[in-house]
Every structure is written in structure tokens, then in C-alpha cells.
Ligand binder design. Structure first.
Ligand SMILES: C[S@@+](CC[C@H](N)C(=O)[O-])C[C@H]1O[C@@H](n2cnc3c(N)ncnc32)[C@H](O)[C@@H]1O
Length: 385
């Protein structure tokens, strides 16, 4: 949005160093953010101990436990390979299970069916999409799993929380996982285990921390929904073809942005909505004509498309380097949010473990909060540290 952001003006040496990086160095630093933090800590001293600040424990990394908790492929009908492994790793990190389980926003119940095989008590799931519920119940019957999914809007005012039940959620987005923590703790759930994602998906434009401690802290971050997006801005799991396509369209968007600034005589970013996928095959000019139509911008008869595409490529080069700096703050921001959740759960009377349940190559959303009501017997560690 900003070719000359305020931080670049306030840190001209840092900005010049970043913009002078080669493409190879950019790729390398993107893969090794710890090295980038160390390199630029001379300019931003707070980054000196970056690696330690973002380190969290691994909750379960025992191959034997994982092998036992991951659904065998023959039982993983309709389950994408990555989801099967994620659900298995989630299960390995929350063993032992000793209460009935409620899978919050369960989709087809992949996690439910995975946990059911580790849990002596029944597992139920809440999901509002009736087709997913029907499919999930059919799969549970087919594989004789003790799982029942219910059609339920989890944001409903009068939501029933089943008595003495352990709430779990794998990648329920934003308000949905926050509702699990609020609802579950208010109902006195004995345990809540969740891996959050899409923090920015919220009905509120400004993020309101959950914990009293963060709300009362004079230096608490005040974050907009848009700023929260940074916490999940990462495509480590996207295939190379998708990443190449995203890079191409980013250049087109930035080329159009340069063109629209020129035509309107106004040096301001103009947000352009998502484009129809067909445009990817139609080239830069078609993209600009579509975007101009969306923004009611009249294009002149003659446009030097090569010139604006070139401007887009130049900006893309700069944006990549600026993003590199942004990306350094991705995990710290995510940890700040999740630590706020942890403190909130502690304030509600839980003892909380926070760590990763799988490697980030399986999913970058690999944090897990596991909260046990303090008056409850803690789950004895079994087969894992
Ligand atoms: C990202 S998916 C995660 C699904 C599942 N936990 C998994 O990991 O496979 C989020 C799910 O939440 C469901 N969902 C969204 N809003 C909901 C609501 N208000 N009540 C119940 N389910 C909801 C969606 O239909 C979707 O299946």
C-alpha cells in the first residue's frame, strides 16, 4: 500500500540494506528468519534474542506415539493427507483423554474420528454445515467410530455445553476459537485444547484482547483486524506453482496500482477486490481493464502496458524486501495473541500448556493451547515428555 512506509523513512539505513538484497538473499532470509533478525538487530536491538523469544516447547514428537494416534490411510476416507497427519499429531499432544470430547467446528469430523480411537468416552462434534455433518456421521458409522456430529451454530446464544466435556478445536478460525474459550470456560469445561488459526476472522474491526491482564496493560498492543492478518501471512505449504502464480498477479496488481495513481493524479493506494481465476491466463492488460472496470476508472485509448508492467515488477521487488521485515514480526505477533489466550484461560482457573503439536512444514498454524481446570487431576504424561 505504501511505496515509502513510515518505518523506512525512520530507518533509512535498514531500508537501504533491505532494498539492496539480491533475490537469492531474500529467498534465503525468508527461510531463515532467525539469521535475518540477527543481521538487523544492529538497527533494531529488540531483535537480538529473537530466536529465544519465539521458542516454544514441542508438545509431542515421539514417532511411536504419532504412529499410534494417526488414522491409518485405509480409515482416512475423504481426509486430505495433511489433515490426517495434523489430526494425528494433535491427538498425540493431548493424550491421555479421559473425558467425553466435543470437537468444535468439526467439519467432517476428521479430528473427532482420530480422537475417538484414543478416548474411552464418546466424542461429539459441532458443525453448522449440514452436508459435512451428514458425511461425517456416515464415515463414523462406516468405520464404527464412537462419534456423533451435530448440526450446530457454535456462535448461538443458547448453545448447550455438554456436562463435564473436554472441548477441542483444530483450526477453528478467529471468533470461533475465541468462542470456544469463552463458552467452554464459562461452562466449567474440565479441559480445553485448541490449535487456533485465522486470528483476523472476526466480527470486530478492532481486536479486543481476551485477558484482563492484556486489557489493563498500559503497553498492550492495539491491533486492527487488518494487522492481525500478519500473524497468518505465510504460504509455506503452497505448492511452487501456486506461489509463482501469486507472485505474477502481485506484479500485475502493483502495476495497476502505479497506473491508477498516475491516472487519478493521486498518490494513494486503491484496494482492488479478488480477481476471477480466469484472468490469470489473460495477461496484464486484461487484468488492468478488469480492475479499472471494478473501480470505475476510465482508461485512456493508449496505454504503454510494458511501462506499467515494469513499474509493477519494480514495486514487487521492493515489496518483497519490505515483507521480509514484516515477516519477522509474524510469529511474535501470533505468540502475543496466543499468550493472551493462555492468560485468559489462567484467569478462568485453568493451568495451561502452550507449545507446537507438529512441525511447521505440516501446517504453519502449529501452536496448541492445552488448558486443564486447576481443580481437575492433570493428565499424566504418557509416552511423551
Ligand atoms: C477451517 S474448518 C476446520 C474443520 C476441522 N476442525 C478440521 O480441522 O478439519 C472450520 C469449520 O468451521 C465450520 N464453521 C464455521 N462457522 C461455524 C459456526 N458458526 N458454527 C459451527 N461451525 C462453523 C466450517 O463450516 C468449517 O467446517
Amino acid at each position: 500500500m505504501e511505496p515509502a512506509p513510515a518505518w523506512a523513512q525512520a530507518n533509512p539505513e535498514l531500508s537501504a540494506w533491505l532494498e539492496g538484497l539480491s533475490d537469492e538473499a531474500c529467498d534465503d532470509y525468508e527461510q531463515h528468519l532467525n539469521a535475518l533478525a540477527a543481521r538487523i538487530s544492529g538497527w533494531l536491538p529488540g531483535l537480538a534474542d529473537y530466536e529465544q523469544r519465539i521458542a516454544v516447547p514441542v508438545l509431542s514428537d515421539s514417532p511411536a506415539t504419532l504412529a499410534g494416534t494417526t488414522l491409518p490411510e485405509v480409515a482416512a476416507t475423504d481426509m486430505p493427507g495433511r489433515k490426517r497427519l495434523q489430526a494425528g499429531a494433535f491427538a498425540a499432544s493431548v493424550l491421555p483423554l479421559n473425558r467425553p470430547v466435543l470437537d468444535w467446528c468439526c467439519g467432517k469430523g476428521h479430528l473427532s474420528r482420530t480422537l475417538a480411537r484414543q478416548c474411552p468416552e464418546p466424542v461429539q462434534g459441532f458443525e453448522w454445515d449440514a452436508a459435512l455433518v451428514a458425511d461425517g456421521n456416515r464415515l463414523a458409522r462406516q468405520f464404527a467410530d464412537t462419534v456423533t456430529l451435530h448440526c450446530q451454530d457454535v456462535m448461538a446464544e443458547n448453545l448447550p455445553w455438554p456436562a463435564d466435556t473436554h472441548g477441542v478445536a483444530l483450526h477453528a478460525c478467529g471468533d470461533l476459537h475465541r468462542q470456544l474459550m469463552r463458552r467452554g470456560s464459562a461452562a466449567g469445561a474440565p479441559r480445553l485444547s485448541l490449535s487456533p488459526c485465522c486470528y483476523h476472522l472476526s466480527a470486530d474491526a478492532d481486536y479486543q484482547p481476551l485477558s484482563a491482564q492484556a486489557n489493563e496493560h498500559p503497553q498492550a498492543l492495539r491491533l486492527s483486524r487488518n494487522e492481525l492478518r500478519l500473524a497468518v501471512q505465510e504460504t509455506v505449504t503452497a505448492p511452487a506453482r501456486v506461489r509463482a502464480q501469486t507472485a505474477l498477479v502481485s506484479q500485475w496488481r502493483l502495476g495497476f496500482d502505479a497506473l491508477q495513481r498516475h491516472l487519478r493524479g493521486c498518490d494513494e493506494y486503491l484496494p482492488v477486490p479478488s480477481h476471477p481465476p480466469r484472468l490469470v491466463n489473460e495477461g496484464f492488460e486484461a487484468f488492468c481493464r478488469w480492475a479499472a472496470g471494478k473501480k470505475q476508472l476510465e482508461l485512456p485509448d493508449r496505454v504503454d502496458w510494458d511501462q506499467w508492467l515494469d513499474a509493477g515488477s519494480q514495486r514487487f521487488r521492493q515489496v518483497r524486501r519490505h515483507e521480509l521485515l514484516r515477516h519477522l514480526f509474524r510469529r511474535p505477533l501470533e505468540l502475543w495473541l496466543v499468550l493472551d489466550y493462555a492468560v485468559f484461560l489462567e484467569e478462568q482457573g485453568y493451568r495451561v500448556r502452550l507449545g507446537t503439536f507438529c512441525d511447521r512444514s505440516m501446517t504453519p498454524r502449529n501452536l496448541l493451547l492445552d488448558a486443564v481446570r486447576a481443580c481437575d487431576t492433570p493428565p499424566a504424561p504418557r509416552n511423551h515428555p
